[in-house]
Design a protein around this ligand. Structure first.
Ligand code: ZN
Ligand code: CU
Length: 489
């Protein structure tokens, strides 16, 4: 008999939900050197530290498939808003916005300035950005994409037109360099003014280097309202032209006239999935959040101001109340509050539930880590899916909920060796109470850690325990290794 093995950390007595959608089972989890060393009955084994998980779920750390944490992972490196909900990996560089490549002297248009940071955190190359992250790690792992809007802003003299051939070549070269440095894909945000004029052909041309790297095309589509079907078609067309997987970010159908249309978009997506690799994600709320804008019927529903540069005192207030106080129309008040960000109530609960329940939908927060009044999704997305939607509404079993934030996401983004609980995998682990896990962040009080999270472990190191951050910053930079089987399921 070999001598009993010794672990750095032993999580004992819990129910393992392994992130593959398999039913839970009783097992202890032994961690050594940042990796999962054993799963099974580890009674009698010694360990430097132990976590009693009796009556608790032991799951892989969650992956946030859609974030704007590009700068936060450096400037708010403890990442409490994510760690506290069990998130151990974030995908950054979404909606066309990334932290690199930028020029130190350039002015950033909205929405690029949404994730603005001190000028010393401006990175002229993607390699420099990832090097900074490796040198001063965050509490979470980071996989990052290049933003097409960022490429436009750094390359083009004006953004209200299509790119020229020379500009396209310059963007291709920056994309190629970034992919070589470890970027996992390119995102677009053709919904936003600085990229609205980019044609389908421009995106395909700029995206050419993605093909060779089998990197991802991820998009905040041109339209998520009346023209949502056309936008889906454009997205799939780009994926086919480039021969790569596409991710439809934060899938939604917004504005009252489009309520119910997820009953059409989802079958359309499912049919297209038979011919090409298509992924999608969703956040579990009926309100979205982005820059303050007055077009696109964005002001049709209730609007809450999240941040405003000229009027910081208006953060957290209803636009209607501000407009009444100022004695102006709603859109005029919105213009006076620019630049800034707002929360828009533009979706129907039935659509949100239908999209969340769609078997291929991943969970991504789309949280914007800025200011005192963010959308509650920044702190609440993952416990809201586990507690509210899985347990309380009964939308899907807990095993499915966990899979939508771990195994499915890792498969789609090509993040191997983590996010399912398996011997040899990186030890990103969350211990939570299935009976009490709950989002506590609300629109009124959005900065609130989740209830029911016992412990969060990143690469074998405890980052969150007993409701508090340990101070550990053991996150790694993750680069992409395309799997051969990812298109199969
Ligand atoms: Zn977006
Ligand atoms: Cu986004």
């Amino acid at each position: 008999m070999p001598a009993p093995q010794h672990y750095d950390l032993l999580i004992h007595g819990g129910s393992v939900i392994d992130g593959t959608k398999a039913p839970r089972y009783q097992a202890d989890v032994g961690i050594r050197n940042g990796l999962i060393a054993a799963i099974g009955d580890l009674t009698g084994y010694s360990a430097d530290a132990r976590i009693d998980a009796s009556g608790r779920i032991v799951a892989p750390g969650f992956i946030d498939s859609h974030t704007h944490d590009d700068q936060a992972v450096l400037s708010q490196a403890d990442m409490s808003f994510k760690i506290s909900q069990g998130v151990t990996t974030v995908i950054a560089g979404n909606c066309g916005i990334s932290a690199a490549p930028l020029r130190p002297d350039m002015d950033l248009p909205m929405p690029l300035s949404l994730i603005e940071s001190p000028p010393e955190n401006r990175f002229t190359t993607f390699a420099a950005y990832l090097a900074a992250l490796r040198q001063t790690p965050a509490s979470v792992n980071v996989a990052a994409m290049v933003g097409h809007t960022t490429l436009r802003a750094v390359t083009m003299s004006e953004l209200d037109r299509e790119a020229t051939t020379d500009e396209i070549h310059a963007m291709q070269q920056l994309l190629e360099e970034s992919l070589q440095a470890g970027a996992i894909g390119m995102s677009t945000g053709t919904f936003y003014p600085p990229a609205i004029k980019a044609s389908t052909e421009e995106i395909i041309a700029v995206g050419r280097p993605l093909t060779k790297h089998q990197a991802l095309y991820v998009t905040h589509m041109r339209d998520e309202a009346t023209l949502v079907m056309e936008a889906l078609e454009e997205t799939f067309h780009i994926g086919r032209e480039l021969g790569i997987a596409v991710v439809v970010s934060h899938h939604k159908v917004q504005n009252h006239a489009n309520f119910g249309r997820s009953a059409v978009t989802l079958p359309f997506i499912r049919e297209a999935m038979r011919h090409q690799c298509i992924c999608l994600d969703c956040y579990p709320y009926t309100a979205g959040s982005t820059m303050i804008r007055t077009d696109r019927s964005m002001l049709d529903g209730r609007v809450l101001i999240a941040s405003s540069v000229p009027h910081p005192e208006c953060a957290g207030r209803d636009l209607d109340a501000i407009a009444a106080e100022w004695g102006v129309a709603k859109d005029e008040a919105a213009r006076r509050l620019q630049p800034g960000s707002a929360i828009y109530f533009l979706m129907d609960e039935n659509d949100v539930q239908r999209i969340l329940a769609f078997d291929e939908t991943m969970i991504g927060s789309d949280g914007i880590p800025v200011g005192e009044s963010p959308h509650p999704r920044l702190w609440g997305t993952f416990p809201r899916v586990l507690g509210h939607y899985s347990r309380d509404v009964g939308l899907f079993p807990l095993e499915t909920a966990v899979w939508k934030m771990t195994g499915l996401t890792a498969r789609n983004f090509g993040l191997q060796g983590r996010s399912t609980l398996k011997v040899g995998h990186h030890a990103d682990v969350v211990v939570f109470d299935a009976a009490t896990i709950r989002d506590t962040a609300t629109y009124e009080a959005p900065i609130q850690p989740a209830a029911g999270i016992d412990a969060v472990i990143v690469n074998g190191v405890v980052a969150w325990r007993h409701g508090a951050h340990s101070g550990a910053r053991s996150g790694q930079v993750i680069t992409r290794k395309p799997a051969t089987t990812r298109a199969s399921a």
